[in-house]
Each structure stands twice: as C-alpha cells, then as structure tokens.
Design a protein. Structure first.
Length: 321
C-alpha cells in the first residue's frame, strides 16, 4: 500500500513528524499502565536510534513489520494493539518493531515519513512502505489478513526463515526493565567504545572494549559488549542466504559452521547457535579449540542466569573431556 493521502514523502524534521493536533489526544501514562499505550512483549519490541541498526540487521533472519508512531497519542492505541495481536499469533514468523518518532526523529527522517502512524515491512534491511496515516477498517483488514501473511511468504521465498525471539511481559517485568534501564548508565570509561559501536565501527569498538577488559578483568559489561562487537564486526554485513547455503553444502567445514552460528546469534537464535557448534564439535573433536573459543565468546552475551548457558556449558565440558 502507498501513502493513503497520495502525497510524496519528503524528509521531515521533528516538528514535521509530530502532529500538533495529537496534543489534544496525549495521555500521561507509560506503555502498559492503565490508560497508556499497549506494552511491548511477545514478538513486539520497541526500537530506538541506539538499537535501530541491530534491528535492521535482524531482518536478515526474520521479517519485521515497523510501526512508526507516537506512544502518547491515544488515537494510535487500537492500531498498535491490533498489529500486536496479529503478529503475536504468528508465533515468531514475523516481529513488530515500534518506533517513537517523537523521541527518535532521525529514524523518521530515514523513512521520510510525514507523520505518525506509518507502517513498513522490512526484509533483509530493505523497507517496503505499507501505509501512512490512520487506516480505514478495510485497509486494516487488508494489512492483517493479506499483507502480513504475504510478507512472511516473501521472506520464506528469500530464505529468511528464522524465528523472532519471544519476550515475556508482565507488570513486574516491565517495572524491573524500567529500573534496569535507569541503572544502565554508560560508565565514563566505556564512552568511547560505546560511541564507536553506535557509529557502526564494530572492529574498533571491540578493540576499545578489549582494552577495558585488559585493564579490569572483572568488567563484565565490557566483556559482553566486546563479544557483541566482535560478532557484529565479523558478520553484520553477511548475506544470510549465502551463509546458510554454504553451511548446508559443507557440513564438515568449520568456518562455514562458525559463520552460520554468528548469523543465528545476531538474529537472537541463541539456542540454535549453541547447538550447531556443539553438534559440530561432537563429530569433529580435532577442532575443539576454535569452537571452544567461539562458544566462550557467545557465552558472555546472554544474561548469566539464562538457562541455555548452563546447559551449553555442561555439554561443552562433556565433549571436551
């Protein structure tokens, strides 16, 4: 679908992206609170300028529906709720990424939208415009009944067949996440490495984080960010279809399996990445060291309480000894 108003889509400033008429419809409540916008969760995420590039990269693993909105405008709540219901019903075959264009105006400029709401489909980093403006009932039915299944089919034909990660949601978890976000202030020593990562210079960022780890071996945050940057430096621009095909064509090729495990990790398929390398190690004990080193790098990325870590660590120990 095109812009429902039939107009072009010039670049916009923050002032142009926010409908001043929306001020009459603003609510003073956080998403998930009574009277507020629907909360993220399940297969629905909120994306900011800081996480935008990572979100785009995951579209090489599974398709994404992008909703550009203003989460304080109650006119948009029914749209966001309906999209979330339909996307969650797909059980990971597609993800809904919501972007607050009032707080992230550069993203609005990237998509060249005139205002909120606007809807795009994203496949392998390539956006396809779906709708701009509030949809009619007929347009909404077309989006939910026809367009979303078509996007999933297009992704599958393009070899984009991964599953989006599921996120639990509850009022308690939202409170914990909000508290964690407030606590996650970037340490002064990390500022330069963080800046490099945000600019997409992952190799330099990994080197900067590595120096922090050398200076303080107890800096778990630096270890995690270094591992993520190493991962992105290796595989952020990989052609997912070629990587997966190479791994399928050469199941005994170590590098091919390492490459596809990277793709899994970037796409949030942590268990698949662990299992792939551990299964490979089970049949190739002569290649223990490179697999062990890659897995140890992966192991610092999830939270330490992630149950997948303990299981993978136990299996690695068993295979090594």
């Amino acid at each position: 679908m095109a812009n429902k108003n039939g107009q072009g889509q010039p670049g916009v400033s923050l002032a142009g992206a926010v409908d001043l008429g929306a001020l009459k419809h603003q609510v003073d409540a956080e998403p998930g609170q009574q009277g507020g916008a629907p909360a993220a969760g399940g297969y629905v995420i909120d994306t900011t300028e800081a996480s935008f590039q990572a979100m785009v990269q995951t579209s090489t693993t599974f398709p994404i529906l992008i909703l550009l909105w203003v989460p304080t405008d109650d006119r948009l709540f029914p749209l966001a709720t309906r999209l979330a219901q339909v996307v969650n019903a797909q059980e990971g075959r597609i993800q809904l990424s919501r972007i607050d264009i009032a707080s992230n105006p550069q993203i609005a400029q990237t998509f060249q939208v005139q205002g909120a709401p606007a809807l795009f489909a994203l496949l392998a980093g390539r956006p396809m415009p779906v709708l701009q403006g509030l949809p009619t009932d007929e347009e909404m039915s077309q989006i939910t009944d026809q367009l979303i299944p078509q996007v999933i089919q297009m992704a599958q034909k393009a070899g984009i067949t991964g599953s989006a990660p599921y996120q639990e949601t509850s009022d308690q978890e939202q409170d914990e996440q909000a508290g964690q976000a407030a606590a996650d202030v970037i340490p002064p020593a990390h500022q330069e490495a963080h800046r490099l990562a945000q600019e997409g210079d992952y190799a330099a960022a990994a080197e900067a984080y590595g120096k922090l780890v050398q200076a303080d071996s107890t800096d778990d945050l630096a270890k995690r960010e270094q591992a993520k940057c190493l991962l992105m430096a290796r595989s952020a621009k990989a052609d997912v279809r070629k990587v997966r095909q190479a791994a399928a064509d050469a199941p005994d090729d170590l590098q091919a399996q390492l490459d596809v495990a990277d793709v899994d990790m970037i796409g949030g398929q942590v268990q698949d990445a662990f299992d792939r390398l551990l299964d490979f190690l089970a049949g190739h004990r002569d290649q223990t060291d490179p697999i062990r080193r890659r897995l140890l790098e992966y192991f610092v990325i999830p939270e330490s309480t992630d149950p997948r870590l303990a299981k993978a660590r136990r299996r690695l120990s068993t295979l090594m000894y």
